[in-house]
Design a protein around this ligand. Sequence first.
Ligand code: SER
Length: 320
Amino acid sequence: MKKILVIGSAGQIGSELVVKLRDLYGKEHIVATDKCPNAGEKLAETGIFEILDIVDRVALESICNKYQVTHIINMAAILSAVGEKKPMLAWDVNMNGLLNVLEVARELNIEQVLVPSSIAVFGPETPVDNTPQETILLPKTMYGITKAAGELLCDYYVRRFGMDVRGLRYPGIISNETLPGGGTTDYAVAIYYDAVKYKKYTCFVKEDTRLPMMYMPDCLKATIDLFQADFSKLKHHSNFNLNSMSFTVKELADSIKKYIPDFEIDYKPDFRQEIADTWPNSVDDSAARDEWGWKPSYDLDAMTQDMLRAIGEKHKQGLI
Ligand code: SER
């Protein structure tokens, strides 16, 4: 039976992924870890939880041994906006941390490693619409550089050591459970919270900024579908493009206005505009569709309705 180690469990995606994996495989089969003890409190109350900083290789190895880990899902990363403020930290966590994961997995014969990548691997030279699977990768952020190098490193471990390593390029992820931590696409989450709380949002990118995005239920589905996919059927490994929806900030605000007619938005672009401008509008995910059957469920309005319902509920309960 699988014993799945999740690194970075308390983050935006990790916190929901752990719950889903515990449901699927049983909570005694999931080892949730995070470097922040406080952030992991909720996870610790409901299953196995250990404090782990991905840059501490000895601790990583000892947790893998302690629980006889068979699979590793690495959700720990420093995202694009924080990465520009702390580029050395981004390198350390995203590259040295990844190398620790791959090396421990190799030494301990771990059966599978899943490492997400991002649309941040693309750059201004990349075709912006329906960005192909195989294309120019000239990222301009430290986050993008570490993710592009990370994809290459993961594929190297597949080729050189015959390991099962897989990964997918997340677009901006929108959710209502745990806030995202320091990405450029965070506006697409913050807008819903401010719409519910204040009926007003000031956006840090311009209204015509268009980026690929995805709602959390689709993100969890994609991650678990790839995790469970038959490795022998995969032609790509660590870099699957993943498309779901793609919208401008204005289109997002208009979708919210359908349900909150007096919602207002204004714009004060900051340094994150420059990052957003280097990323594509939409990506071609036919490899993910062909090789492991990827298919998204949510569109913009369906997501908006669900986000406003969930955040409205939290607001009523005084949680936000
Ligand atoms: N959400 C990420 C970011 O904005 C992109 O993968 O940094």
